[in-house]
Design a protein around this ligand. Structure first.
Ligand SMILES: Nc1ncnc2c1ncn2[C@@H]1O[C@H](COP(=O)(O)OP(=O)(O)O)[C@@H](O)[C@H]1O
Ligand SMILES: [Mg+2]
Length: 286
């Protein structure tokens, strides 16, 4: 698989700060993969997203060392419109995403396409399709500012998906959502993954990262302390000492192993727990 995003010796400091918010980052992200980014508050997750879309340093200024490459080209060398075509960015706070110039959800979702000069009949078709995917068709005529936090989050997501970017950077999209709404956002992201989009998702809900992501990146105080396939990382109990949450099933599995139960591997999802614990129980009963 091709590399779509690469961090080469990247350190970044916001203006007037002493310590970099991202320190010495080296990693490559592959096309079509779903990356979960985790870490405590203030660990640099949003800054990482901001670096990918080029807003650090173009908008925030500050000092960037090293290079952030998007499809092989440094973010600072991309033209301003170029990155926003490739990278869809969903803000941590959905309120920031709403344009403030449109009176209905339908128009809001269509807004970006209008800016890109897409023909009217195509806009209509794409907006209807995305509103169905994100389950907001029933609020099409509502004012974007009269929505609940959860509805705003879906509208924010829809207004980005409709642009069909190859890369999606999504910063805590479920903070305003109940468990059902959260699961449905993950289902939407899963559908985008099937379309071979590259997805970078910042999310605290670790059980859902365990279920849906491919690889996981762990940030701690601006440093990447783990990066790779989720199975090994999310079952690594030493991360608890860094204040990182781990899946409930990994903690349970680890506890069972400590008590002498032989498991073939530490599960990170409910499905895996049923499978691996079942396997052990069947062995013991013969
Ligand atoms: N606009 C900014 N100006 C100065 N410092 C910032 C700015 N945004 C974030 N920071 C600092 O950068 C660090 C990382 O923040 P952030 O990337 O928002 O972390 P996270 O998203 O993991 O909570 C924190 O110490 C935060 O205070
Ligand atoms: Mg953040």
């Amino acid at each position: 698989m091709g590399i779509v995003i690469e961090f080469k010796d990247v350190s970044y400091s916001y203006p007037l700060t002493k310590e970099p918010s991202i320190k010495n980052l080296n990693c490559k992200l592959e096309k079509g993969k779903f990356y979960g980014v985790i870490g405590k508050n203030g660990s640099g997750k949003t800054t990482l997203c901001t670096l990918i879309r080029g807003f650090a340093p173009s908008f925030y200024q500050g000092v960037l060392e090293g290079q952030v490459l998007i499809e092989g080209k440094p973010t600072v060398d991309h033209g301003p419109g170029e990155l926003s075509l490739k990278i869809g960015y969903v803000f941590q706070n959905p309120f920031n995403q709403i344009s403030g110039v449109k009176e209905t959800v339908f128009e809001e979702v269509a807004f970006g396409l209008e800016n890109f000069g897409v023909p009217v009949d195509e806009i209509e078709r794409r907006v209807i399709e995305v509103m169905e995917l994100t389950k907001i068709s029933h609020i099409a005529e509502k004012n974007p500012f009269e929505l609940s936090g959860g509805q705003q989050q879906r509208v924010a997501l829809a207004s980005i998906i409709v642009l069909k970017p190859d890369i999606l950077v999504i910063d805590e999209p479920t903070s305003q959502l109940d468990p059902e709404g959260t699961e449905s956002v993950f289902e939407i992201i899963d559908a985008l993954k099937r379309e071979k989009k590259t997805i970078i998702l910042v999310e605290h809900k670790i059980d859902l990262i365990a279920e849906y992501a491919d690889d996981v990146m762990v940030l701690d105080n601006g440093e990447m302390i783990r990066f790779g396939p989720k199975q090994a990382i999310l079952s690594d109990m030493s991360l608890l000492e860094h204040g990182i949450q781990l899946p409930q099933m990994a903690i349970l599995g680890n506890e069972l192993v400590k008590q002498g139960v032989k498991l073939d591997y530490i599960p990170i999802t409910e499905k895996q727990a049923k499978e691996v614990i079942g396997r052990t129980l069947r062995k013991e009963s013969v």
